[in-house]
Design a protein around this ligand. Structure first.
Ligand SMILES: NC(=O)C1=CN([C@@H]2O[C@H](COP(=O)(O)OP(=O)(O)OC[C@H]3O[C@@H](n4cnc5c(N)ncnc54)[C@H](OP(=O)(O)O)[C@@H]3O)[C@@H](O)[C@H]2O)C=CC1
Ligand SMILES: CC(C)(CO)C(=O)C(=O)O
Length: 303
């Protein structure tokens, strides 16, 4: 198995960032954006900039797409259902699939449609990407952490590792990918939801105060639920995530806070939605995530 070309679904912060990294290293032929025909028409003529330079990569409508070596899913979670339909034209018998959607559920949904054989488990972390009004800015590319699911075929992870290495995409092959996914879920339930609920950035969530208490309390509840699910999340993982956020630009904000600015449907179901449901199953009290869920839903409904 050899990957030469990637198709990216989701021409937003994450999709643009990694598409640009791949094209900068392997050339513009190595990557294409694909979207459903209606979305393609809606975005036609749009000017997109990446750190001030115009986007030079091709975008094709689903009706003109052909099977790719690799599909990178970089929509937000609410866009996945429609993206799965677009993927029908992109996924051939040997197409590898990686989802960079936050949370722990997107791969299962992908595998229900396309199977686990060529699907890996993954998250992207550590970037400071902001995409608003067609302009992407970032100074840290972050990294992709991925690993095999139980049923992923053995040659898929090495092929992806080889492609990302050639394409200059920072990445780590995880031996315990579920631990990584849950650590990221803990971070997102804390920082994304806090910054969305309070309309604040990384700085406010890291300084002593209500936002910081919310950030840490929400993470600690994920830690308890994760442990009940059999994931070995620790206080050390939590402290590392808090330090990571404290190291970012204080004015920067996570994707969910950008959703608040742009008034887009958020990924709250992936974060507190998932945690509250699992907490109920295990009889664990999660008042911070319950409050965040309700408050974020109220903000969304007020738009
Ligand atoms: N931003 C960040 O720094 C990070 C984000 N993540 C995660 O990565 C994922 C992507 O986030 P992000 O890039 O910020 O999101 P954005 O909102 O910036 O971009 C999402 C893009 O996906 C497009 N889209 C939605 N549905 C479809 C579809 N069916 N087919 C094709 N394109 C579609 C949207 O287009 P349209 O505008 O037309 O709806 C939009 O361009 C999320 O799960 C997020 O949590 C992970 C790490 C960091
Ligand atoms: C918090 C962050 C930036 C971590 O990389 C993220 O995952 C997001 O914005 O959704």
């Amino acid at each position: 198995m050899h990957i030469e070309h990637a198709a990216i679904l989701g021409r937003g912060a994450v999709g643009l960032l990694y598409g640009t990294v791949i094209a900068d290293t392997l050339g513009t032929d190595a990557v294409t954006y694909v979207m459903d025909d209606a979305r393609y028409q809606r975005h036609l003529g749009e000017r997109i900039s990446i750190n001030g330079k115009p986007l030079e990569l091709e975008t094709v409508p689903a009706s003109k797409a052909t099977p790719a070596d690799l599909v990178i899913v970089a929509t937000k979670a609410p866009g996945l259902e429609q993206a799965l339909d677009t993927m029908e034209t992109l996924v051939g018998p040997r197409t590898c699939i990686i989802s960079l959607i936050n949370g722990i559920r997107s791969e299962q949904r992908i595998a229900e449609r396309f199977g686990w054989d060529h699907t890996v488990l993954a998250i992207a972390q550590g970037m400071d990407a902001v995409f608003l009004d067609g302009a992407l800015t970032f100074s840290h590319t972050g990294e992709i952490r991925f690993g095999a699911a139980e049923e992923t075929l053995p040659d898929v992870v090495p092929a992806l590792d080889d492609f990302f290495t050639r394409a200059g995409v920072p990445h780590v092959v995880e031996q315990d990918i579920w631990h990584r996914l849950w650590t990221k879920l803990m971070l997102n339930a804390g920082i994304n939801q806090t910054c969305m609920a309070y309309g604040c950035g990384y700085g406010a969530a890291s300084r002593p105060g209500e936002e910081n208490r919310c950030f840490v309390a929400a993470m600690r509840e994920v830690l308890a639920v994760g442990r009940a699910e059999g994931i070995d999340l620790t206080e050390r993982d939590l402290s590392e995530m808090a330090s990571l956020i404290a190291s970012l630009d204080p004015e920067g904000m996570p994707s969910m806070a950008q959703d608040r600015v742009a008034r887009r449907r958020t990924e709250v179901e992936e974060f507190s939605g998932t945690i509250c449901a699992l907490a109920k199953k295990h009889g664990i009290l999660v008042p911070q995530n319950t409050w965040l869920y309700q408050h974020i839903r109220e903000i969304e409904e007020s738009w």
